[in-house]
Design a protein around this ligand. Structure first.
Ligand SMILES: *Cc1c(COP(=O)(O)O)cnc(C)c1O
Length: 394
């Protein structure tokens, strides 16, 4: 059957989207598909290039270089794969220390731990909810005195908000410690006018289905350093040396991004500015309609960063009259609305029990009181009103 017919036989795209009827469940951050993806997918299939090679991954990488301002980009099968390759290219080894913000998703640190590195979890600042530069400065000075600097510092751009990468980069630069920025949640954000991740030695991005734009699964590693990305590119394709037989001086991974997914990602990337605007508008509407409730506070946006508001995060303080975070989550769930607690800090996760940490309990407090509300860019006003109605009724 010709591809065009096969595509027409597939379910109409509106069935892939959350429906607007009040009874349909409202998800936290579902993929936003418009149907505009279908011609790109059909063309990719018709071209015969479906593997992780050919024009689609290259075009996706070029578009990402444009969007991130980082000239060298490697498209990958996931954001976790990007972080893994980032660690590998930094030469991370057994026993090395990796410092990261404790308030993050597990993928930030999991590959490093699997490589035998020792994580150290630093608290976040309440100004941005991201890695606290003042704390980092003190800890780096202390580590330098002890002759035990970390192998890498991995700040995290959280819920669409970039970390203070200029400050973090300057501090790490002082001690020669490379920065691998986990920008998976903040494609489209800016930090002092520059795209999130720019300024780090390397930055990792994700195109998971829940992210602001998706490839249906995918990631990217980006850098201003061509040699680093060239090395990562080789490792992502099993570290094959150019020989008619396959010659391997080291071993790599099968981490390439399929052309089919790259084509989807490329179409989605074209809508990034619209998706940022939609998510920011949803955040503003929540703030307008809920901001007067006692004990509620919205994730701040520091003067130096423009967030995408990938997820709207609120703090609920029962001492000031708000419902508890779990009470709110359960009430929303009972109404068919998905919400999620703010990330459980890594230093509280059983998998990292005993790992050293630094700083206070800012992140722990955000976890205790923080809730992420449905923030999908295709969310309708009616759907937003359902969420608002449940929260106001508590
Ligand atoms: C989504 C995400 C990743 C990468 O996730 P993948 O599902 O592997 O693409 C990494 N770090 C953070 C903070 C994330 O939110």
């Amino acid at each position: 059957m010709p591809i065009a017919e096969a595509v027409q036989l597939s379910p109409p795209v509106h069935r892939l989207r959350p429906r607007a009827e009040p009874a349909a469940p409202i998800l936290l951050s579902p993929p936003h598909l418009t149907g505009g993806e279908l011609p790109a997918l059909a063309a990719t299939l018709q071209s015969g290039w479906v593997a992780p090679a050919g024009p689609a991954p290259a075009a996706f990488e070029a578009a990402l270089a444009e969007a991130t301002g980082l000239p060298h980009v490697l498209a990958l099968a996931s954001g976790t794969a990007a972080l893994h390759l980032g660690y590998r290219c930094l030469g991370l080894g057994r026993g090395d220390e990796v410092w990261t913000a404790t308030l993050t998703y597990v993928a930030t640190i999991a590959p490093a731990v699997q490589m035998g590195a020792r994580p150290r979890f630093l608290d976040v600042s309440s100004e941005s909810w991201t890695l606290d530069p003042d704390l980092l400065e003190r800890e780096l000075a202390r580590a330098a005195r002890a002759g035990r600097l970390p192998r890498a510092v991995v700040p995290v751009d959280l819920f669409g908000q970039s970390c203070d990468l200029d400050a973090i980069g300057a501090l790490c630069g002082r001690w020669g410690v490379p920065v691998l920025c986990d920008s998976a949640e903040s494609l489209g954000a800016t930090c002092r006018g520059r795209p999130a991740g720019q300024g780090a030695r390397m930055a990792a991005f994700s195109f998971n289905g829940n992210k602001i734009v998706t490839a249906g699964g995918g990631g990217a590693l980006a850098s201003a350093d061509a040699a680093l990305i060239a090395e990562a590119r080789g490792l992502a394709n099993q570290a094959k040396r150019p020989a008619p037989h396959y010659e391997h001086e080291t071993t790599g991974y099968s981490y390439g991004l399929s052309s089919v997914l790259a084509a989807l990602g490329l179409t989605q990337l074209g809508a990034l500015a619209d998706r940022v605007a939609a998510r920011r508008a949803i955040f503003e509407r929540y703030r307008t309609c809920l901001g007067d409730l006692p004990g509620i506070a919205f994730m701040p946006e520091p003067a130096w960063g423009r967030s995408t508001r990938w997820l709207t995060a609120v703090l609920l303080d029962p001492a000031l009259g708000a419902p508890g975070r779990e009470a709110a989550r359960e009430a929303l769930a009972a109404a068919g609305i998905e919400s999620r607690p703010v990330w459980k800090p890594m230093h509280l996760q059983p998998a990292f029990r005993g790992a050293p940490r630094a700083g206070g309990s800012v992140a722990a407090g955000f976890f205790e009181r923080g809730l992420c509300l449905p923030s999908g860019s295709a969310m309708t006003v009616i759907q937003q009103d359902r969420v608002i109605g449940v929260l106001r009724s508590l």
